[in-house]
Design a protein. Structure first.
Length: 190
């Protein structure tokens, strides 16, 4: 009952037509409800599809071009390079005077191998006094594919099967403890 009108919903008639009030939605309510559910389903579908986007991972430390421009061969030292670019991603294995700043972008889909989208390497060479000798920048166009040698390097000794490895480990751990006189179990505290 609508208190201000004194009538219940759906009972007021105007001529031969029936008037529906908000309390009696009739067919309008069912259509509105269907439209609302369709809209919610479409929205949920869009949210689900947005979750399927392929993420792009940015890894590494690629210096800012403006900071790289401040590095002058023959004038800038290691401390200034560290202050401008930060610490390097890597230092050459056999030459501590070569620093590498490496950056790569990859995209990965589910469990598949990540696809390399972009890779940039900045190599900075220092002389014996720690002053910049050369700055090199390499990108995807500069890379070379390396074909690994399919031959395996032979290792001395016998190759064991999985079962031989599994069975061969039984008793080894306790035997080593008995030889040293150490009967403790676990992580080696005092």
């Amino acid at each position: 009952m609508i208190p201000w009108a004194g009538v219940t919903p759906g009972t007021l008639t105007a001529g031969s037509r029936r008037c529906n009030f908000p309390g009696d939605m009739g067919m309008l309510g069912a259509n509105f409800n269907r439209r609302r559910w369709r809209g919610l389903a479409a929205g949920a579908g869009l949210v689900a599809l947005a979750g399927c986007t392929v993420p792009v991972d940015q890894r590494g430390n690629l210096p800012d071009p403006a900071a790289l421009a401040q590095i002058k061969p023959g004038a800038t030292d290691k401390a200034a390079v560290t202050r401008l670019l930060g610490s390097p991603s890597s230092v050459a294995a056999f030459d501590a005077n070569t620093w590498y700043y490496v950056s790569e972008k990859t995209k990965s889909v589910a469990f598949l191998k990540p696809e390399l989208l972009d890779q940039q390497v900045v190599a900075i060479d220092f002389d014996g006094d720690g002053v910049v000798r050369d700055v090199r920048h390499r990108g995807m166009a500069d890379r070379d594919m390396i074909e690994p040698n399919p031959n395996a390097t032979p290792a001395p000794g016998r190759e064991f099967s999985f079962i031989e490895q599994l069975i061969g480990n039984f008793g080894k751990f306790n035997a080593a403890a008995k030889k040293t006189g150490d009967n403790t179990q676990g992580g080696g505290g005092p």
